[in-house]
Design a protein around this ligand. Structure first.
Ligand code: GLY
Length: 389
C-alpha cells in the first residue's frame, strides 16, 4: 500500500478517542475541514470506562476549579445526548439514574461525612442517608451498610455507544477518519504543520490538536517544553450481566471507598453491570491480573453480596490519561499551530461535551472560551522551567 499523503485540512486531530472525536465533530460543524488520525477511531479508554457522570460523588479536596468544569459539562449532557442521537439515530445509553455512595464501616462513614461537608461547602446537592434508608433504595446492598450519600444528579452513559455515535456523527459531518498511526509531529519554521504516519505518509493542516489520551506525551517531534505532562494510570474493569430473573439488581450507580480503594457498580438498562476500577501507576501495562479482578470482586461483594451469582462476561484494563493536577489540558501550546485536548484522567466521559464546545470555539475563532481558561497547558510552563535540566 502506498503511504497516504494529504494536504489541506484546516484541522488535524491526532487521536480518535471520544475527546478527539468530539473535537473533530464540533470543528466540522463550524465549517472547518477536519481529519482525525487514529488506528481505531472510537477505541481507546472509552472501551473500558464505566461512564459515570459523577461530578458530585467524585469530588476531591483541592479540585474545586475542576469541579466547575465538570458541572458545566454535566449540565450540557442532556442537550448533547439529544443532539448526538438526532444526528446519528444511535442510542448512547444515557441514564438519569443518580448515584448512591455508601459506607461499610466507621472509617468509610467518616470519609463520606467529610465528602458530604465538602459537597455542601461547594453548594452541591447530596443527601445523607442512614444504612436502612440506603437499603430501602437498593435492597441488594449488604445489611452492614452504615450510611450513604444520595446524589440524584450524578448519572451515567454507555461510553462504547458514545464512541460509536461520535464516529457516525463525525462521518456525517464530513470528518475524514484516517486509520493509521501518527508517528511524528512535523514542525516547520517553529510552527506545527502536520504529522508523519508510520507508513511514511504525511498529513498537513493549519491547526493540529493532540488528543491521544495517555499516549499524548509520546508523540515524537513535539518539543520537550511543549510535550504534555500526561501519564497512563491503569484501571481494571469487570463486566457482568444481570439475568432478567434478577432484575432490577440495582437501580442506580452504587459506589464506595473500601480499604482506601474506590469501587463502583454501574447498572445499565440493557442488563450489563460494570464494576470498576483499580487505579495503578504501572506505565503502559494493560494486563488484567488475578489480583485486580479479585480485589474488585471482593470489594463489590462486600457492598452487594448477590454479585457473585451473576455471570462474569468481560475483564479489561485501560489507561486513564493522568495529569499532574488531575485536570485536562485544553487549548493552545507555545508551539504555534499545536493545541492540546488531553489529560482528562478520571473525567474523560463526563468532560466530553464541554471539551467539544471549547475546542470547537478555539479552532474556529482562535479564542479559548473563558470557562476553560484555568485549564490551558500554560499552567505547567513554570513548573517545567523550574525543573532541573
Ligand atoms: N471515573 C472513574 C474512574 O476513573 O475510575
Amino acid at each position: 500500500m502506498h503511504p497516504r499523503t494529504s494536504t489541506g485540512s484546516d484541522v488535524l486531530v491526532v487521536g480518535g478517542g471520544i475527546i478527539g472525536l468530539v473535537t473533530a465533530w464540533r470543528a466540522a460543524q463550524r465549517g472547518l475541514r477536519t481529519t482525525v488520525v487514529d488506528p481505531d477511531p472510537g477505541g481507546g479508554a472509552a472501551q473500558v470506562a464505566a461512564g459515570m457522570l459523577a461530578a458530585v460523588t467524585e469530588l476531591h479536596y483541592g479540585e474545586e476549579t475542576l469541579l466547575g468544569l465538570n458541572l458545566a459539562s454535566a449540565r450540557r449532557y442532556p442537550d448533547f445526548v439529544a443532539e448526538l442521537q438526532e444526528a446519528t439515530g444511535q442510542d448512547v445509553g444515557h441514564r438519569a439514574c443518580g448515584t448512591l455512595a455508601v459506607a461499610l464501616d466507621s472509617d468509610d462513614r467518616a470519609h463520606l461525612r467529610e465528602l458530604h461537608a465538602l459537597q455542601r461547602r461547594c453548594g452541591l446537592e447530596s443527601e445523607w442517608l442512614t444504612g436502612r434508608d440506603c437499603r430501602r433504595l437498593e435492597p441488594m446492598l449488604a445489611p452492614g451498610v452504615r450510611g450513604g450519600l444520595r446524589v440524584d444528579g450524578d448519572h451515567q452513559i454507555d461510553p462504547r455507544r458514545l464512541a460509536a455515535a461520535l464516529v457516525t456523527a463525525c462521518e456525517r459531518a464530513g470528518v475524514v477518519l484516517l486509520r493509521g498511526w501518527a508517528e511524528r509531529l512535523t514542525v516547520v519554521r517553529d510552527r506545527a504543520t502536520g504529522v508523519v504516519l508510520s507508513d511514511g505518509g504525511e498529513l498537513t493542516a493549519d491547526q493540529i490538536v493532540l488528543a491521544a489520551g495517555s499516549l499524548s506525551g509520546r508523540l515524537a517531534g513535539v518539543p520537550d517544553d511543549v510535550l504534555p505532562p500526561v501519564r497512563p494510570v491503569k484501571g481494571q474493569v469487570l463486566r457482568l450481566s444481570v439475568p432478567p430473573a434478577y432484575a432490577p439488581f440495582l437501580s442506580r450507580t452504587v459506589r464506595a471507598v473500601v480499604r482506601g480503594s474506590h469501587v463502583y457498580l454501574v447498572p445499565r438498562e440493557n442488563g450489563e453491570l460494570v464494576v470498576g476500577a483499580t487505579s495503578e501507576e504501572l506505565g503502559w501495562d494493560t494486563t488484567v491480573t488475578a489480583g485486580g479482578v479479585y480485589e474488585l470482586l471482593r470489594d463489590a461483594h462486600e457492598l452487594v453480596p448477590g454479585i457473585t451469582e451473576l455471570p462474569l462476561t468481560e475483564t479489561r484494563a485501560g489507561l486513564r490519561p493522568g495529569s499532574p493536577d488531575n485536570a485536562p489540558l485544553l487549548g493552545a501550546t507555545t508551539l504555534p499551530g499545536l493545541h492540546l485536548a488531553t489529560g482528562h484522567y478520571r473525567n474523560g466521559v463526563l468532560l466530553t461535551p464541554v471539551t467539544g464546545d471549547v475546542m470547537g470555539a478555539l479552532l474556529a475563532t482562535g479564542v479559548l472560551p473563558e470557562e476553560a481558561a484555568a485549564f490551558t497547558p500554560h499552567r505547567f510552563d513554570r513548573v517545567r522551567e523550574e525543573q532541573p535540566a
